[in-house]
Design a protein. Structure first.
Length: 367
């Protein structure tokens, strides 16, 4: 932990125009002790800190230079830095850095959630991913136990549930979040109408845009998860409807990852059905979506969702951060189709080779 006590102490003493001797007399220590504090050679005894903070009219945390709560900007910066570390270093080395920060900011719950998400996104690189899943669960349980923020609690429950799935603890997942779909009560619409009554028309519109925006992605991701559980006829209809949804709502620009995952899952499903030509069609859509990528990947609005960017940055700032570092994202875009065993039967096809080359060239141009 990087405390700034000596700098803060010296600056504050000079601001108050008092000498080291005067401070020493007030506190009841020698001037030499005060001199050592300012040089960073030692710290005052813990029993002295309250009296010293009172003398300088500062809180103890401020006097020590300790910030138990990180700003959103600082959390984002740390996440990006650590994400790069997981790509460039062995997992255990990056893990040491993460755990040191967790130790320092154990009461900053937004930070703990972001570190849980970081572990979730890189757990596959660990020697023992299950151990990392247990650590994710621990972090989420701490947030659930001590946080009083509604959004943080919900996020902790969901990330914790994913950690339970990683541990194959399906029954615990159902116990934690339930086993039935809950009725939606349209709180967003009620909030929007309340703002309309207050004359806050733009805010009311922003809320409805944000709600539509999220529900679009929820529909597509839910359909994506259902694909591999469906019979062939229903499978084809799902692809038809979701493809239309992606095109109509400009999903590839709004949230590139959502469309990439859908096309990849659809292609995998067709390979399981031994429909290689149909799988190639989906992989071509995957390649087409790749050509529209813009790095760094992030959620954004467009001309229709013209108020969404303000909401993203004010309400979901942490959620707009790319889950993994850019190098890992680029690597996985290619390896998802070149190393996936389901696509092995396609490797000698010219059309498959061409779309792989297209993706490679696209990523090189955008680097």
């Amino acid at each position: 932990m990087n405390l700034q006590f000596s700098t803060i102490f010296t600056t504050r003493r000079k601001e108050l125009n008092v000498t080291q001797e005067q401070v020493a007399q007030y506190i009841g220590v020698s001037r030499a002790a005060v001199s050592k504090w300012e040089k960073g050679q030692s710290y005052p005894d813990i029993t002295i800190l309250p009296k010293l903070a009172t003398y300088f009219n500062l809180s103890i945390d401020t006097l020590l230079g300790y910030e138990p709560q990180l700003t959103t900007e600082h959390i984002i910066a740390l996440y990006k830095e650590l994400s790069t570390a997981f790509h460039e270093q062995p997992f255990h080395e990056a893990e040491v850095a993460v755990e040191a920060l967790i130790h320092d900011y154990y009461s900053c719950f937004p930070f703990l959630l972001k570190m849980a998400q970081l572990y979730l996104n890189y757990a596959a690189l660990a020697d023992n991913p299950v151990t990392i899943a247990v650590r994710i669960e621990q972090l989420c349980l701490r947030v659930e136990q001590y946080s009083d923020d509604f959004d943080s609690l919900n996020e902790a429950r969901m990330i914790g549930s994913l950690a339970l799935l990683m541990q194959q603890r399906a029954s615990d997942v159902l116990e934690k979040i339930g086993n039935r779909v809950q009725i939606q009560f349209n709180e967003d619409q009620v909030i929007s109408r309340a703002h309309q009554l207050l004359g806050n028309i733009e805010q009311a519109t922003e809320i409805l845009q944000a709600s539509t925006y999220q529900h679009l992605f929820l529909v597509i991701s839910t359909c994506t998860d259902s694909l591999l559980l469906e019979e062939a006829t229903h499978f084809d209809e799902t692809i038809k409807r979701v493809t239309q949804l992606i095109d109509t709502w400009n999903i590839q620009a709004l949230n590139p990852n959502t469309s990439l995952v859908f096309y990849l899952t659809a292609a995998t499903g067709y390979m399981q059905q031994q429909k290689h030509d149909e799988a190639i069609v989906m992989l071509k859509e995957y390649a087409k979506a790749c050509t529209k990528l813009s790095f760094p990947l992030q959620l954004c609005g467009d001309t229709y969702f013209n108020l969404i960017n303000h909401w993203l940055h004010s309400t979901m700032q942490l959620a707009t951060v790319t889950p993994r570092d850019e190098a890992s994202v680029r690597r996985d875009i290619v390896s998802s189709i070149t190393q996936h065993p389901a696509f092995a039967p396609l490797h000698e096809r010219d059309d498959y080779k061409l779309l792989v080359q297209t993706i490679h060239h696209m990523l090189e141009r955008k680097s």
